[in-house]
Design a protein around this ligand. Sequence first.
Ligand SMILES: CCCCCC/C=C\CCCCCCCC(=O)NCCO
Length: 603
Amino acid sequence: MSRVLRKLDIMHCPWILITRTQLKMASNSCKVLAFGAGAVLTIFVVERVKKWKTATQVGKKIQRKRQQCKAARANVEEVLRECGMTCDQAKTIVALPYMELQRQLQNGSLTALQVLHAYQIMALEATDRLNCVTEFLPEAEAIAQSLDKLDKKNGPLHGIPVSLKESFELAGNDSSAGLGHWLEDYKSQDAVIIQVLKDLGAVPFVRTNVPQTMMLSETNNPIFGRTLNPVDLSRVPGGSTGGEAALIGAGASVLGFGSDVGGSIRQPSHCCGCYGLKPTLERMSRKGHISLAKGQTLISGAVGPMSRDFDGILESLKHCLSDLHFALDPQVAPLKFNDSIFSSTQPLRVGFYDYDGYCRAVPACERAVLIAKDTLERLGHTLVAFTPPHVRDAIPDLYIKTITGDRGEQYMSQLRKDIVVPEIAKLTFPHTLPRWLLWLLSWIVQAAAKDPQVGRALRAPLGLRGVNDWFQHAVQLQQFKDEFLASWRELKLDAVICPVSATVALPHSETVNVINTFSYAMLYNILNYPAGSMPVTKVTSDDVSNMAKYPNTTFGNKCVIKCMQGTEGLPVNVQVVGLPYQEELVLRVMSELDKGLRAEQDG
Ligand SMILES: CCCCCC/C=C\CCCCCCCC(=O)NCCO
């Protein structure tokens, strides 16, 4: 019978043949589909479980850290209750300018403990409002007490309270860079710069908040949360040294230390109206400052001071360039502070620009440069218009390409083990895609945003495929440095002034949408030139209405226009730049400009 049927099938009933084949194929397809769906589901479930496990483990570490920080804060509050210092007394001490505070600590009118308590009181108040302090350092009390017991003063920073970005290693503590899974990795010794500061008599008293990975110009992470701008809570304090800037801007720290690989000292200083200095990389030790990009040595993060007044950064740099510093880290150029450069009265040739050719600065930032230019001119210096060469190419092809040279793998490998904040998820999203898809996306985004720069920035990491490419890239970077120096030398410049950033402080979560606005700071990370950031003016209502003239063709421009609404009163800094190892000259220009601006304000 079956033989008959088979015959019928083949010879006389083709429809039966079709149906059977189809049935067989269908059943095979079903099996393949079921297998595929099962595999996808299994991968999905495994991934979810992994994510859940990560979130649980990291979440527990975060909870433990928060408890520790809470306990440390409670101890400080207890001591402060017992010491009986009133808020008004604290305010009087904290209001002292840096030099006066230093003088009173040196002559004994104030004790280290009094000053510490005053700053702790103000830091508690500031962090309740701004969430800028990650932890109060319990050892500060003992350090201040032991300083007060000494017969003679323990160095030029005797009793000066210092706040520290969370990314500086502290013996017995962890440094997370805002990554939960980096918690509980206790460090064996203090970062070199902290050892140096302690040797000079400073009292580290708090650590301050950073964005997750420290590669963001705002400050938010899953451990400590978001830091707010002291002038406008709806805005960012900048980043990555955002906690420092917020604390200093709120008047609750006189001196702090941060790091800068893309503007992280200068841009937060600009957002919060502080003074900051990014020195040449080799001028201040980076030993014991954590980084997620250790193997990337073409553009590295510099360590530098931030302060409420100019003298804070001047004095700290001057004294930190010490024999101990050079002995602890022989990578640091053994160059003591050169007072003859700083104190020289020789007129200078200072270049200036308000547009870097990459991203148009908003009117307030342009105006700040013009104010600085006029002031320096009145002081007898020659101001020369300067056009920084090839910034349009340098930002995507040198800065972004270098920072993401491994297609962001060093960052991604850490973020995969963590709870990720939305801003970092957005910034790193391109690095989760396969090369071809990123390439395609870059063109789609470029078309949608009507902005070739965005597309170019997204494609930048795709250009590097191996060691040979990396070597070629290093050569291009050096060529750019040479060309830039040639343009500088052609005009016989001593220093340059320009915007710190294309905008003033942005609303929270917007920084990722306008990464191009940070080009002004990034340029000097590529070049490794020392650069300071100092307050010059505040946004006026005219600046806000002049935004009507700001270009509005691209998505980024439109975003800037929206973000600049309601910015009246926000601080505006300028950047002062010098050639490598010319920190003293940069500080001289900053000092003269600062004094000149004050004189103009006073009369
Ligand atoms: C997280 C992955 C990296 C993506 C890189 C995207 C490119 C540019 C964004 C840069 C934003 C700059 C933020 C400032 C970084 C800084 O200076 N950090 C200090 C570290 O010591």
